[in-house]
Write a protein that binds this ligand. Structure first.
Ligand code: PLP
Length: 364
């Protein structure tokens, strides 16, 4: 199979593929945004023009996710990794929280939280290299837990919570970095949702936090940096200091793209279709197989392997020559991983499967 392309099919887990329409619009607007005579990159974050960009982005996000009025939307920095600390610092009151450890990022969040309180690991799937989501319908949730923490889509292991844990009335906190806006979400089920946008939404540098208003506090410990208090940013509508302005602008374009596409119901339909193309092939192939238990599979990140490391290596190299790039799996899983985020066109997944079929025929 030979294709002509000037852009590759980028299966990177993040930073990751963005919609071509969005990139083209950003290019068109680069030199002169909305008759301002400058790029959004050069613009004061206190200007009217930028104010419109950030307010519109927030409203479009609210529309997409049906975010109720009693939740604040924050555009922050510091990556998901900063949220690993901000969550416990801002939410611990009794000093107790329960964590469900389903992968590398959940584990990192758990380890960070240990610095700030009595943190319990109430469930884990580490026994089988995080290849599944544990049953969380009846966990021993701590009486005095301030919140229950999950990483909803495990980017490295390719698992996703398809049923939320039963938190027994405790506040649910979710790291949605790698599944944010991939499907509809009932925001009211959560106290706090956060997502680094470089996976499924925009460029690296923006962190979106959706937080229920009653969780914003004035009584944080004195040592909590001003920049790490959610209330600081909520009070100033994400303009306490210079925000990642260009990144927020691109996120705004992606929100418009999603709305135009038909919103998150439609996006989910497309994502299910794309993922099934790949999973159906993996489940029928004699050479390739999925590493994830069926009912835990992610729509966004699809790890897969052959039983031969040399063959994995050859596959990754040959795929790259055909324009299917960044297919190397994370070192803790090995093999391959195809991240098929919102912006990955269906042709990219179809092309990849076609290439896998040819590879299998040639090498078996
Ligand atoms: C990538 C990722 C992170 C880490 O994000 P940074 O922005 O690099 O800190 C955390 N959680 C999940 C689910 C991720 O996919």
């Amino acid at each position: 199979m030979k294709r002509n392309y000037d852009r590759v099919y980028n299966f990177s887990a993040g930073p990751a593929v963005l919609p071509e329409e969005v990139l083209k619009q950003a290019a068109e607007e680069m030199m002169n945004y909305d008759n301002s005579g400058m790029s959004v990159m050069e613009m004061s974050h206190r200007s009217k023009t930028f104010d419109k960009i950030i307010k519109t982005a927030e409203q479009d996000l609210r529309d997409l996710l049906n975010i109720p009025d009693n939740y604040k939307v924050l555009f922050l920095q510091g990556g998901a990794n900063l949220q690993f600390a901000m969550v416990p610092i801002n939410l611990l009151k009794n000093g107790v929280a329960d964590y469900i450890v389903t992968g590398h990022w959940a584990k990192r969040a758990y380890n960070e939280a240990l610095k700030y309180g009595k943190i319990n690991k109430v469930a884990s799937s580490e026994d089988k290299n995080f290849s599944y989501i544990p049953d969380c319908s009846d966990l021993s949730i701590s009486e005095d837990a301030d919140y229950v923490y999950i990483c909803e889509n495990n980017t490295i292991y390719g698992t996703k919570f398809h049923t939320l844990p039963n938190t027994k009335g405790k506040i649910l906190v979710s790291d949605m970095s790698s599944c944010f806006l991939s499907e509809p979400v009932d925001v009211t089920k959560y106290g706090l949702i956060y997502a680094g946008v470089q996976k499924n939404v925009g460029p690296a540098g923006v962190q979106i936090v959706i937080i229920r208003e009653d969780l914003l506090r004035d009584d944080l410990p004195i040592w909590c940096p001003t920049m790490m208090s959610y209330k600081t940013h909520a009070d100033k509508e994400s303009l306490y200091n210079t925000p990642p302005a260009y990144g927020i602008y691109i996120c705004g374009l992606v929100f418009k793209w999603l709305k135009k596409l038909g919103g998150l119901e439609k996006m989910k339909e497309i994502n299910v279709k794309k993922a099934n193309i790949l999973y159906d092939f993996l489940d029928n192939s004699k050479m390739f197989r999925s590493t994830v238990e069926k009912d835990s599979r992610s729509l966004m990140n699809v790890p897969f392997v052959t039983d031969n490391d040399e063959l994995n290596k050859k596959f990754i190299e040959e795929a790259a020559k055909e324009g299917f790039i960044q297919l190397k799996g994370h070192k803790t899983v090995g093999g391959m991983r195809a991240s098929i985020y919102n912006a990955m066109p269906i042709e990219g997944v179809e092309g990849l499967v076609e290439f896998m079929k040819e590879f299998e025929a040639k090498n078996s």
